[in-house]
Design a protein around this ligand. Structure first.
Ligand code: PMP
Length: 397
């Protein structure tokens, strides 16, 4: 017997919460745990641009033959254009190669496993706090995890001096995980000059940035959100990017993302990429096609691309409105504590500063679900559920 000795795994801090939410029979329950975009009606519909691309694919797709290990070529080129913009030297000089991978998670995992197996990089620095699954992914790939400070609870703001101090103690060849934009869970991003400082540190200390880019377009715009990544790509010889289209194309269950390697020159990137492909082959052989075909169809067609950008803008602007409404409604509910920092943050999430006890009360007494760390998915708020959320928060403070 081999299974009797297996220990029960703890529930996932985010997806476990969704299971609890589903089992909750209260009618006015609200899930602000998992990062899923909801529209004003509280739904997560398929984007119009995606539907149109799918209709085209239904007519034109002729085979379900395997893709190559690296996936759809047109998709991989489109990913590079989104990441680096048009005419970036990294692309022109053939220093970047991209492999389609299953979502941001799959991309991070492929990147981590490739690094551990083939390079001296064995340690990765992640922000404290960071997305709950980062540690899980990197530990599964046998990377050693260290943390750099990022957030100051007292000010509800970034602690950039502490970040710089911690990264300054990293060793040559260490990896640094950077959230490209819309930092999860805090919603607090680096400024342009801070990105330059991080680039200087990485260059001086020979650290290798690994960008987790899961929210391009949810902060300030598709190009604006890539600013940090492009600053680093201009400054350092080597970096990696794991990007996801789960959120910005609403393709959550298609599992579509990519891992991109940037090396010092074409010869190095080709060698590294051959090992990325070998890692993929040993994991899932080659990726599924549908998500990549949707994204590449949209990005290759002027009209569909314009439509997608408009839909993305609508999502981004709705979340920004919810931030302001949240702060206002809390005030109307008599909350005197200052929550204005929420309206200054970016992307789907905010760190509310609520304690574990307050989070538990919100769930048990009011059916409002947020992650134990106090992270709130602002993207799950609507005009309709706002009063319920704010009344509940006011009563647990
Ligand atoms: N990185 C971050 C920071 C995320 O928030 C997420 C999704 N919650 C991912 C990666 C993974 O995205 P995907 O669902 O595409 O695997």
């Amino acid at each position: 017997m081999i299974f009797t000795q297996v220990e029960l795994a703890p529930a996932d801090p985010i997806l476990g919460l969704t299971d609890e939410f589903k089992a909750d029979t209260r009618t006015n329950k609200v899930n602000l745990g998992v990062g899923i975009y909801k529209n004003e009606a509280g739904l997560t519909p398929i984007l119009e641009s995606v539907k149109l691309a799918e209709q085209r694919l239904l007519k034109t797709e002729e085979s379900k033959n395997y893709l190559g290990i690296e996936g759809v070529q047109a998709y991989n080129s489109a990913v590079q254009a989104l990441l680096f913009g048009d005419d970036h030297q990294v692309v022109k000089n053939k220093r970047a190669l991209t492999a389609q991978a299953p979502g941001g998670t799959g991309s991070l995992r492929v990147a981590a496993e490739f690094l551990v197996r083939n390079t001296e990089a064995k340690t990765i620095w992640v922000s404290n706090p960071t997305w709950a699954n980062h540690k899980n992914i990197f530990q599964s790939a046998s990377l050693t995890i260290k943390e750099y400070r990022y957030y100051k609870a007292e000010t509800h703001d970034k602690d950039f001096d502490a970040m710089v101090e911690d990264l300054s103690s990293a060793k040559a060849g260490d990896l640094v995980l950077l959230h490209g934009c819309c930092h999860n869970p805090t919603g607090i991003d680096l400024t342009e000059s801070q990105w330059h400082t991080v680039a200087d540190i990485c260059l001086k200390q020979e650290l290798v940035p690994l960008f987790d880019f899961a929210y391009q377009g949810f902060g300030d715009g598709v190009d604006e959100d890539a600013n940090g990544l492009r600053i680093l790509a201009n400054a350092v010889p080597e970096l990696l990017i794991a990007n996801s289209f789960s959120k910005n194309f609403g393709l959550y269950n298609e599992r579509i993302g990519a891992v991109t390697i940037v090396a010092e020159n074409e010869a190095d990137v080709k060698k590294a990429f051959s090992q990325v492909k070998s890692t993929i082959r040993g994991n899932y052989s080659n990726p599924p096609a549908h998500g990549a075909l949707i994204v590449s169809t949209i990005l290759a067609d002027t009209e569909l691309k314009i439509l997608w950008e408009a839909e993305l803008k609508e999502m981004r602007e709705r979340i920004a409105k919810m931030r302001t409404l949240f702060v206002e409604t809390l005030k109307q509910e008599g909350v005197t504590q200052d929550f204005s920092f929420i309206s200054r943050q970016n992307g789907m999430f905010s760190f509310s500063g609520l304690s574990k006890e307050q989070v538990a009360k919100l769930k048990d007494e009011h059916g409002v679900y947020i992650v134990g760390s106090g992270r709130i998915s602002v993207a799950g708020m609507t005009k309709n559920n706002m009063p319920v959320i704010c009344k509940a928060i006011a009563s647990v403070l």
